[in-house]
Design a protein around this ligand. Structure first.
Ligand SMILES: CC(C)(COP(=O)(O)OP(=O)(O)OC[C@H]1O[C@@H](n2cnc3c(N)ncnc32)[C@H](O)[C@@H]1OP(=O)(O)O)[C@@H](O)C(=O)NCCC(=O)NCCS
Length: 205
């Protein structure tokens, strides 16, 4: 059994888990989130920066994704979380582990456009990384951003990630390969808190 699968077993409260930050809370996504996710993802500016989301993005796409991940219907290697504020769901952040290499995991995230530029992705990323390192016990987390998505690169830098390599990654929405800058965050650097993320451990988070 993979490390991640063992971890899932060891986290029986995963469906009721709440990871609370200063301004956002992470919780498991629910089928009832479909309409809100479809509303926020009906924006090419969001979807073009993701690798797997289709374009156009409609309610049926949200229902299909949620059916896949909600409750125990999801792959045991995927840990998506709804990012929730007083406005309700504003985006999604997740950790995906690789069944072939359980020690490797990848961070991904998106926010509805109205919520950009307020530090929410950095705060949500920090909470998801806490889950990856503290609850799943992973040793490092990877992330990649398309080279033309500087805002995401900045989020990863604030979280303490450093560049490793360029890869060509397929973007389903763009229907082509896009240059992707891969980055990594080892557990040690996360624990040192040598990042500038709001709520980082050196900041009392
Ligand atoms: C990328 C995304 C998640 C960022 O969310 P966010 O909540 O705005 O991020 P934060 O506010 O935490 O941080 C954004 C940082 O990028 C900076 N930034 C924004 N636009 C930028 C740009 N065009 N060039 C360089 N930096 C930029 C901001 O100034 C901020 O940095 P600062 O805190 O040093 O000022 C959001 O834009 C989004 O959802 N985009 C569409 C989906 C996506 O790209 N997902 C990531 C896939 S890898």
């Amino acid at each position: 059994m993979s490390v991640a699968a063992q971890a899932l077993k060891a986290i029986p409260e995963i469906d009721s888990l709440r990871l609370a930050g200063a301004r956002v809370t992470l919780r498991r996504p629910l089928l009832s989130d479909a309409a809100r996710i479809a509303e926020l993802m009906n924006d090419y500016g969001v979807v073009k920066n993701l690798s797997r989301a289709p374009w156009p993005y409609g309610l049926e796409d949200a229902v299909s994704w949620l059916t896949h991940v909600a409750g125990h219907g999801g792959k045991p290697n995927d840990y998506p979380f709804a990012i929730v504020t007083s406005d309700g769901l504003i985006g999604v952040v997740g950790i995906s582990t690789n069944p072939q290499n359980p020690e490797a995991a990848e961070l991904g995230y998106w926010l509805g456009r109205f919520y950009w530029g307020r530090g929410f992705a950095t705060e949500a990323g920090w909470l998801a990384l806490g889950f990856a390192f503290d609850m799943l016990g992973l040793e490092e987390v990877e992330a990649g951003h398309f080279a033309d998505n500087a805002a995401s690169g900045r989020v990863l830098k604030k979280l303490g990630f450093t560049y490793t390599q360029d890869l060509a990654r397929f973007s389903r929405a763009r229907d082509c390969d896009v240059l992707c800058r891969m980055m990594v965050l080892p557990r040690r650097r996360f624990e040192d808190g040598t990042n500038t993320a709001e709520g980082g451990r050196n900041n009392g988070g």
